[in-house]
Design a protein around this ligand. Structure first.
Ligand SMILES: [Zn+2]
Length: 511
């Protein structure tokens, strides 16, 4: 009888757990049993492991093999247990040194030819192992750069099972040559982030974007096609501050699990930008998929910007699913083996045409939409969603005068510097609360820490005349605080409240 032990990591959402993998080899009728509540993918692991061991020239032990993954209660998904199962088995058979094998954590999927295939989520998996006091990790070659981003990890990379086995003391005359399995191709990000200097004219919209960045406010932009809504939205991440260390690790982990991360670029330190198409399915926005679930666009936008162009055209189910992350900052994907959680705290930018045909601009001469059609179009953006949007702005096409102007438009850098100053002021004021930006502050707190005397007058008048709901008034106050932070004021006065009112009453749908 032989016993081999090693460790692997189970990853559900971004939550990892170290899993003990134990192989027990008995002199009985040959067989291979996996226990520990494995999912369907893990059952397939049995065939992959056996084929990989044989292809590597290591010989499959002709014994009764029982591999146990514990704790059994833990949901286990994906193929990243293959390597640990193979290595534990080889240790139990006496092919590898059981002491050395027990000392390492093994992560990786095996090909039938014995090559080690890269897996998603290596960054959070290795971080889990290190945090649990097991810093020595063997990973597939294509995942090595990513694994090495985890501070404190001792990483050994290998291209094949044979290579790992030899490291652990197996005697092989000939280590089979395998092609190194490459990671999924991830598009190269543009070298230069889009800059505000490309935006001609649009004074009001540029100002609104600066306010949105300073206060972390969600935004609705309404304007005809071609007015530049997408161009503006793409430039919002550039106005946001760098991610701090903790945020960078978290955002990188999300993209590691999503398979949208290039380890050669290092940790992601800038706020991401995601713009799902309006035909996107709920799963592609929320996340899902078989095996180890992938985070969707809403999670990939974590700590960055989620831009939804032609927002009323998104399916109502997609729009509805955004309520949870807007409230809790996370998405929970429920499935049979347990639920996966992904962080999803993003700044939402919605864009819409002024009407279904898109021509209701100015006097709206070219538009032939009925009043009912227009109302119906905007009603798709339900109340609960718009309740979270502090800023509503109209984006009009660039005028001829704007195009003729000589002065170059202000670039991103000076605007980002003003944003950073305003954010620092808000942070000082909100110290000791769970919030960091004005966009997160709930109404009750706003009302008890109100603006100066006199500042309420316009707000009260708008409330009295029914132009504003109580929630609407809260949103105006939030923006007024951001305007005060941008202006270096201790608290908003009548001017800030007046300006904030203008920044949300864009005509129709004011509430
Ligand atoms: Zn129209």
């Amino acid at each position: 009888m032989g016993l081999g032990r090693t460790r692997a990591v189970s990853l559900v959402g971004l939550t990892g757990h170290v899993v003990e993998v134990e192989a027990h080899l008995a002199a009985s009728v040959p067989g291979f049993v996996l226990v520990g509540l494995p999912d369907a993918a893990l059952a397939e692991a049995r065939d992959r492991v056996r084929a990989a061991v044989t292809s590597s020239g290591l010989g499959w032990p002709q014994r009764r093999i029982t591999v146990n993954l514990s704790p059994a209660s833990l949901p286990k998904a994906g193929a990243s247990f293959d390597l640990a199962i193979a290595v534990a088995t080889l240790a139990g058979a006496g092919v590898c040194d059981p002491v050395r094998v027990a000392d390492w954590v093994h992560v990786g999927e095996l090909g039938l030819d014995g090559r080690l295939r890269p897996v998603r989520g290596v960054l959070p998996a290795v971080a889990t192992a290190v945090a649990a006091g097991h810093p020595r990790v063997v990973v597939p070659a294509a995942n090595a750069d990513e694994a090495r981003l985890v501070p404190g990890a001792v990483v050994r990379a290998a291209a094949s099972l044979a290579e790992v086995a030899v490291e652990h003391g197996a005697e092989l005359d000939d280590v089979p040559d395998v092609e190194v399995a490459l990671a999924e191709e991830v598009p190269v990000p543009p070298r230069r982030a889009p800059d505000l200097t490309d935006v001609v004219g649009q004074r009001a919209a540029r100002w609104a974007l600066e306010v949105a960045a300073a206060g972390g406010h969600h935004v609705l932009m309404v304007g005809p096609p071609g007015a530049g809504k997408t161009m503006l939205a793409e430039r919002l991440p550039g106005l946001l501050p760098d991610l701090d260390e903790g945020e960078a690790v978290e955002v990188t982990a999300v993209h590691s699990v999503a398979g949208t991360f290039r380890p050669q670029d290092g940790l992601l330190r800038r706020p991401p930008f995601e713009n799902p198409h309006h035909t996107a399915t709920p799963a592609s926005v929320v996340g899902g998929g078989s095996g180890m679930p992938r985070p969707g666009a809403a999670s990939r936008a974590h700590r960055g910007v989620l831009f939804m162009d032609e927002a009323p055209e998104f399916s109502p189910r997609v729009l509805q699913t955004l309520r949870q992350p807007l409230e809790d900052g996370e998405l929970v994907i429920h499935r049979a083996g347990g639920s996966a959680r992904f962080p999803a705290r993003f700044q939402l930018v919605l864009a819409a045409n002024p009407c279904p045909c898109g021509r209701a601009v100015g006097k709206g001469l070219g538009c032939d939409c009925t009043a009912l059609a227009r109302r119906r179009y905007f009603s798709r953006l339900s109340g609960p969603l718009l309740d979270r949007v502090d800023l509503q702005l109209e984006v009009l096409p660039v005028t001829r005068a704007d195009r003729a102007a000589r002065a170059a438009p202000e670039a991103t850098a000076p605007v980002a510097a003003r944003v950073a100053g305003a954010r620092a002021a808000a942070r000082r004021r909100l110290a000791g609360t769970p919030w960091r930006t004005n966009g997160e502050v709930p109404g009750a707190w706003l009302r008890s820490h109100g603006p100066g005397p006199g500042a309420h007058r316009d707000l009260d008048r708008a409330l009295d005349r029914g132009l504003l709901s109580l929630r609407g008034a809260d949103r105006v106050l939030r923006v007024a605080w951001t305007l005060a932070d941008l202006g270096g004021l201790e608290r908003p006065g009548p001017a800030e409240v007046g300006q904030a009112l203008l920044l949300r009453t864009r005509g129709q749908g004011a509430a």
